[in-house]
Design a protein around this ligand. Structure first.
Ligand code: NA7
Length: 545
């Protein structure tokens, strides 16, 4: 009997979407609702993106549940109940799976399939150009539009420590945590990385391990979450005004309505400043804390006031003064590295089974079969945990071989740093769209809100192109340069570029130091994007390719 040859599931679609995290899931919904054929590819064996991969103990979003959720469906908004003020990773993953079920998105998502390359072909013989997208299973799909929804924090980094291969115990990166979990009971664990992730995972490990050694290169600022269950009465009251709240969020600076004083720290009596910070510290949450005054992220003097307030809280919490001093961040403005949030990180250092190891003054020399050797000591370890971050914003894009007009690789076009127009499209890459790409508010905002804004803008753009008979769109080089200059000017008026953070690419050796997030706020950014569209996609070239 002749066996029929298996045909690829989809060979030609209107839109290919890379990734099935918050952005890919919504992109599938939005494009399908607009009557387009859409295929999303997801490398994981489940959807969720960041929230699929980062399943380490303690993983939790630092934006509140009521904000960190889709707003596109009032019914979804009313039906879903969050259990806590800040959502933990498993609950976010359940939410995203619920969304995929509820809106029947699964037929458009192919799991276990990584997009390996995408190249623009201007002449497909049909009079229109198309993207040819290749995938890890050997498949090829053609699409009119290529939408990169691959995540801002997807490409994780393991430091190149001499001797790591010789380590006899297991080692883990928080961004690839084993789904079956890890049992650290009775073990000596070394944790490298004290950013948002390290600060979340450390207390969970310390609760079970025989001993936890926290290897700290840079101390980080952390405010309390004051996480708590979301009571039913509170939830119902909130849901009764959800639409109005979402409208405020869209116009807000961070994508979350924050009540600030609207005044600078330096104009206020110092005792009032201390009182307000104490109130906000007690209430928990990073955005209301840093957003209390207008000058915290633009004036070093104002920033110093906040930083010292926070250092005092660390000294108050940590019993050993030497450990407390080592945990006190210095050398960069508070907020210029992502402000961490934790209810128990600092207090954890009062546990007898936790040690802080200063690898700023005595760096790690090597890993040996039984542990880690620093310039001053050796630490016997049974397992290692890396919470060492990501090649942010561009990492996931460069992991694919993306080639635009004339076969130019995205990696070459962006060799001196990411270049985009509005953070949503790049010159030389027709019909390619970036969801929360470099040059947009992205990681400086409530990501879900920014994702919705970008996806809706791109959907409307594609619908407009088709209804107006246009085949291609890409930014004009001059509009792109002007936008990136504007992004840079806005950033340079703040303290953000001062820190060696992943925001500027400083955590990746050799990465050009460019600040690529747009800091003028979500509301003004949305208005700019809408104005560009209303003017017939001003700054974009149509039908060029
Ligand atoms: P981050 O914020 O990039 O933190 C990474 C941490 O790992 C940070 O403490 C780094 O120290 C440390 N690190 C990185 N490489 C090394 C080496 N080679 N040796 C020692 N220590 C190292 O990543 P996260 O995963 O915590 O958070 C990323 C974002 O996810 C976060 O901002 C939220 O938006 C959610 P360094 O500061 O470079 O000295």
């Amino acid at each position: 009997m002749e066996v029929a040859k298996e045909e690829p599931a989809v060979v030609d679609v209107d839109v290919v979407v890379v990734g099935a995290g918050f952005s890919g899931i919504y992109a599938v919904y939005a494009f399908r609702s607009a009557g387009l054929t859409v295929q999303a590819f997801e490398a994981g064996d489940g959807i969720g993106g960041t929230w699929f991969w980062n399943s380490y103990p303690g993983a939790r979003c630092d934006v509140e549940s009521k904000d960190y959720s889709y707003s596109f469906s009032p019914e979804l908004e009313q039906e879903w109940s969050w259990s806590e003020r800040y959502p933990a990773q498993p609950e976010i993953l359940r939410y995203l799976n619920h969304v995929a079920d509820r809106f029947d998105l699964w037929p458009h998502i192919k799991l276990n399939t990584r997009v390996t390359g995408a190249s623009w072909d201007a002449d497909t013989g049909t009079g229109t150009g198309a993207w040819t997208v290749t995938t890890s299973d050997g498949g090829t799909v053609t699409a009119r539009y290529f939408v990169a929804a691959a995540g801002c924090l997807s490409e994780f980094q393991v430091p190149d420590l001499p001797g790591l291969d010789s380590f006899e115990g297991p080692w883990y990166h928080t961004a690839r945590w084993p789904k079956e979990g890890v049992d650290f009971a009775g073990k000596r664990i070394g944790l490298i990385g004290t950013g948002s992730t390290g600060i979340q995972v450390a207390p969970e490990i310390a609760a079970v391990a025989e001993h936890l050694y926290v290897f700290q290169r840079t101390a980080n600022f952390a405010v309390p979450n004051r996480n708590r269950p979301w009571e039913e009465a509170e939830e119902l009251a909130f849901k009764s005004r959800y639409r109005e709240y979402r409208a405020q969020a869209r116009e807000s600076f961070l994508g979350v309505p924050i009540a600030g004083t609207g005044r600078p720290v330096l104009s206020e009596p110092p005792e009032d400043v201390q009182r307000l910070f104490a109130e906000r510290w007690q209430a928990g949450g990073g955005m209301p804390f840093l957003g209390a005054y207008t000058d915290v992220l633009v004036s070093q003097e104002a920033n110093d006031v906040v930083a010292e307030f926070m250092r005092d809280r660390i000294r108050e919490t940590v019993a050993d003064p030497a450990v407390a001093e080592l945990l006190c961040p210095r050398g960069y403005p508070v907020g210029s590295k992502r402000l961490c949030q934790s209810d128990d990180y600092y207090a954890m250092f009062n546990q007898p089974n936790v040690s802080l190891v200063d690898i700023r003054s005595a760096p790690v020399e090597s890993v040996y079969p039984g542990g880690i050797k620093t310039e001053s000591d050796s630490y016997e370890l049974d397992a290692l945990v890396f919470a060492t971050g990501f090649d942010a914003l561009t990492g996931a894009l460069f992991a694919m071989d993306i080639r635009g007009a004339g076969g130019v690789p995205l990696r070459s076009a962006w060799a001196a740093g990411a270049q985009s127009y509005l953070g949503v499209a790049a010159a030389g890459f027709p019909n390619m769209f970036l969801i929360t790409g470099p040059g947009s508010p992205s990681v400086f905002s409530n990501m879900v809100l920014s994702i919705e804004q970008h996806v809706e803008w791109v959907r409307d753009c594609v619908v407009w192109l088709r209804s107006h008979g246009h085949t291609t769109i890409e930014p004009e080089a001059v509009a792109q340069s002007a936008w990136m200059e504007h992004v840079s000017d806005v950033a340079n008026a703040t303290l953000f570029p001062k820190a060696d953070s992943w925001y500027v690419g400083a955590n990746i050796p050799g990465k050009p130091r460019v600040f690529t997030s747009y800091l003028a706020g979500c509301g003004p950014y949305r208005a700019k994007c809408d104005a560009v569209a209303a003017a017939g996609y001003e700054g974009f070239a149509l039908d060029k390719a």
